[in-house]
Design a protein around this ligand. Sequence first.
Ligand code: FE2
Length: 299
Amino acid sequence: MGQIGVTELGYIGIGVQDAGAWERFAGDILGMEWADDGEGDRSYLRMDYWHHRIVMHHDGSDDLLYSGYRVAGPDEFEAMQRQLSDLGIDYRLGTSEEAHERRVLAVLKLRDPGGVPVEIFHGPEVDGARPYRPGRGMHGRFSTGAGGLGHIVIRDNGPDASYQFYTRALGMRGSVEARIPLPNGAIQQPTFLHCNERDHSVAFGAGPMRRRIHHLMVEVDSQDDVGLAYDLVRKAEVPLLMTLGKHANDDMLSFYVQTPSGWFLEYGSGGRKANQQSEYCTRDSWGHELVGMPLLFDL
Ligand SMILES: [Fe+2]
């Protein structure tokens, strides 16, 4: 095999302080399905037939605990281990208990250069007998499928090291997609990487961050669900980071809201397919006005 690439951001694990607030936020506003397997220290958020897309660990950390990237199958999983070894990247093969804990057939555990725990897995549990049951009425459904869970914008310890890791080790592609002049004269230029048709599954490189995650983006297939969520956010007076707007790089119609953990969630629809050649923008198409809280960084 040539270079092995991950095929999607399949799941993430987050640490939460207030699981009840997360249940209401994710269910009543975003439309996700809350689930519990009786494990006591965690609960789950579903978005499709997968056992889960988000694991909520009740550990009080209010941060990203791990990001799970999928490879196609057992051969790719083995080849990925050789690829990581050849690049001198430390990883650990998860035990069968650890794989079961994630509801996957096999899992590798490692860290990216920014200190974000990364898991590479194959074979998620998908339950066709358990149709997705949204936490609120939905006009459509979450756009997961080949594009995976969505995207995350994460902390880095120098964008070059993260670029090398996600492109050489995980097989992603992409580049800087924006060069935004800041009020202090600096130019913010985040990098966006894709591994499937979604414009980006991971982005980094725009500034210092206290947490490992700046935001998670989830996409729905109906703009009416974006509008409904926007109305529900404003009615419940959940703090917004950015008003409704359209991104110039991935065409996403979205808004940004603060999660109960303090980091942000982008809720969007209408994203275009990933560019196969690099290009950049210097501003958004419209909207996305920053409101109400300090900018860590974003696009
Ligand atoms: Fe985003």
